[in-house]
Ligand binder design. Sequence first.
Ligand code: DQA
Length: 147
Amino acid sequence: MRVLVINGPNLNMLGIREPGVYGRRTYEELTAFIESAAARIGVSAEIFQSNHEGAIVDKIQSALGRADAIVINPAAYTHTSVAILDALKAVALPSAEVHLSDVRERESFRQLSYAGMACARSFIGLGFDGYARAIEYLKESIENHNT
Ligand code: DQA
């Protein structure tokens, strides 16, 4: 099983950006965490990060025929991007949303998730672990549907 993991804007600044919200671990540490979680779970993961909405839309479209599932943390685009929602709906791959911080406890403008409308589940406020939980969930749900 192949999982495409997409991270949106400013997540490359992890470790530097708002450590009180996002912690002190870096983006490189996040990608290493995702790679080792994927290996433990038994899936292959491609990890992509972009600060550009169109690049994220292009990447989602490119998953068609190349990935079995998508894990996405669209970052700020979560709350604004109908284009990312539409791309997820267009490819119609099993998808899960991740947020490092607990957006439910944050500002009102973070309460709406467009991408989440195309995702089977959201893993919110679990830090890095949210990515492992999302990969596990997608693997189990694909296996269960196939049996
Ligand atoms: C985030 C939450 C978003 O509201 C924010 O814009 C981010 C990161 C998270 O992982 O907690 O950039 O998606």
